[in-house]
Design a protein around this ligand. Structure first.
Ligand code: 13P
Length: 306
């Protein structure tokens, strides 16, 4: 039975770090007024978290609350965040996660409001440090139903989920790392919007994305696409691994951005090529395109013998 003087609850360093990350969220405009919440798992059954209705830019270590893994408050003079169940659902289903940051970064939230999936295969850092970024369906904030919207998307290697018409939730083994994911994603969404204004976004081809995933593996980072690499349908760039999360409504479909290029894994796997040599690229053409172009030419020649 824990008491409020438990050293894990009184951990000054963690409390100060939560305040510091709160300041960063507020100062970067990721959490207006009292928006957002932060939590850190300090033992198997104790989580420190921000109180409800507090500006994240001006918190003091004494404002921080403690809860058990069911969300019952065990310490703190202020009431714990109303969204603690979201944080605990993530921690319970992903034991590697020790910290969660929820906020409303404007550029990512614009994608969430527009229902536009985040295009993938555009920037190396995003593929390496973020990977696939699913969008969970909308539910009223604070409810158990809301917390459970993220469940289908908690595959290993996923570290950020966009909450439809709401904001983001990022998570990692440490609080600063979880915060960075939010920062990387908001910067990325801003770049995407600027590129969109310029009129076009160029995607990586299959060879380029395979090389990045290979590098990610060598760095010891996880990605749900590792499993898909040798699968029959290895849609590496279209967030399609998460479609089962949408049961009552269709998954978000790209409207503002073009669909990423189709991948040709089945063909490559059948030929027994390795990821490196199965570049899928010849003089800049991906293998699918090449095969289709040759087939079209043969068909044309057969139909119009001269
Ligand atoms: P709390 O003040 O209860 O943490 O809620 C803030 C918030 O961001 C709601 O989405």
């Amino acid at each position: 039975m824990v008491n409020q003087w438990d050293p894990a609850i009184q951990n000054r360093e963690v409390r100060e770090l939560i305040c510091e990350i709160g300041r960063r969220l507020y100062n970067r405009g990721f959490a207006a007024a009292n928006d957002g919440n932060i939590s850190v798992r300090v033992t198997d059954d104790i989580v420190l978290c921000t109180p409800t209705l507090i500006c994240k830019g001006f918190m003091k270590p004494d404002d921080i609350c403690a809860v058990d893994m069911d969300g019952n408050q065990i310490a703190g003079k202020r009431k714990r965040t109303s969204e603690i169940l979201l944080h605990l659902t993530i921690m319970k289903n992903r034991p590697d996660v020790k910290a969660v940051v929820h906020c409303h970064p404007p550029h990512v939230t614009a994608f969430s409001v527009a229902g536009e999936p985040i295009p993938q295969c555009v920037l190396p850092e995003v593929e390496i440090f973020m990977g696939q970024i699913p969008m969970a369906p909308y539910a009223t904030p604070g409810s158990k139903e809301f917390a459970e919207t993220v469940l289908p998307f908690l595959k290993k290697g996923v570290n950020t989920i966009i909450l439809k018409n709401h904001g983001t939730v990022s998570f990692d083994k440490g609080l600063e790392e979880a915060y960075w994911k939010t920062e990387i994603l908001d910067a990325y969404c801003r770049i995407l919007m600027l590129a969109h204004q310029l009129g076009k976004v160029d995607y990586f081809n299959e060879n380029q994305i395979r090389e990045l995933l290979d590098l990610k593996k060598r760095l010891g980072l996880d990605d749900p696409r590792f499993e898909a690499l040798n699968a029959e349908n290895c849609d590496l760039c279209s967030n399609s691994l998460f479609r089962e999360g949408y049961k009552e409504e269709p998954p978000p479909e790209p409207r503002a951005f073009p669909k990423p290029p189709a991948m040709s894994c089945k063909l490559l796997n059948q030929s027994g090529s390795t990821a490196q040599s199965s570049a899928g690229s010849a003089d800049g053409l991906d293998l699918d395109t090449l095969v289709k172009a040759i087939t079209d030419q043969v068909m044309q020649a057969l139909q119009n013998p001269s």
